[in-house]
Write a protein that binds this ligand. Sequence first.
Ligand code: ZN
Ligand code: ZN
Length: 358
Amino acid sequence: MHFIFRILFSVAIFTTVLSCSQEEPAQHWFRGNTHAHTVICGHADSTPEFVTAWYHERGYNFLILSEHNHFIDPDSVKMPQPLRDDFILIPGEEVSGHKVIHSTAMNIDTLVNWDFNHEHVSEIIQFQVDGAIAANGHTILNHPNYEWAITAADILPVKKLYMFELYNGHPSVRNHGDETHPSTEKMWDELLTKGMKIYGVSSDDAHDFQKIADDESNPGRGWVMVKSQNLTPDAITEAMNHGQFYSSNGVFLKKCGVNNGVYSIEIDEAATMKELLSPDIFGKKVDEKENGFFIEFIGPEGKVLSHSKTMQAKFKIDDSSSYVRAKVTFTRTHKAGGSEEFYAWGQPVFTDERKKDH
Ligand SMILES: [Zn+2]
Ligand SMILES: [Zn+2]
């Protein structure tokens, strides 16, 4: 074959391969908050309708009205009008049990019982996980550092728990730990290093919609971006329970996922900058440091395997790490001095037996 024809022939084959993969169903990113309260609990300031309209107006795609031990049936909520066709409520409840053990029962079809006490925190968590499954849903274990209620050792023995709140926007939940307690992110690496398959969720836990201030529990501080073909309660819940999402408290990504053993991250700078203009946004205050984006790939024990200051990065996964997760940090000068940080957290990808489906 003439050289030029050989090239054309190769191009033709390559194009065919590409178009085959393009025939796969399109996946979309859907933005959602899994944790919000209403006047029904007695200590939040807005109605289910007001709370729903808040998220609808701001372009979110899904919301869980996760009331304490109360099931808000989405069919009972008067939806904002005109209603966007890419916005849904997912039924849920914040199961709020003994020893300050709280979890979001996601996509349940009935109230989940909270009233079970035990000397071991693990047993209370397990009771809530089993209750959510019995109601055809899944559990997100909430704010482990709130009142220092839950340690990594309490979470580790729990079966069929695949999600926990890595980040919660309530000002008193201590996501970042203190001198004697690890941050939720450190707890996450401990669980992942010790063999648990658990994904990190970011949520608002919003109670206060009428006054915006750092010490109020405001909406718009923590959310997830879920990769799914469809926007339905089942599709979103299943995607999250299988780690098909990233979590954020300010940073948006264009790309976050694994293809052919390569973990790829691409930052969406324009969307991030736009979001960070919002008065609702709530960064982590740190000592003054260099402004800009920073991408890290992290493995067992929280060890940084690779890092870069570019807007996109790739990491080739191999068996030398039992898991790899990604983290993007954006740093800017804080208005009161020092710096503040915002994050996007990509979910762990496993190379050991956890790569099997569950
Ligand atoms: Zn709670
Ligand atoms: Zn809550």
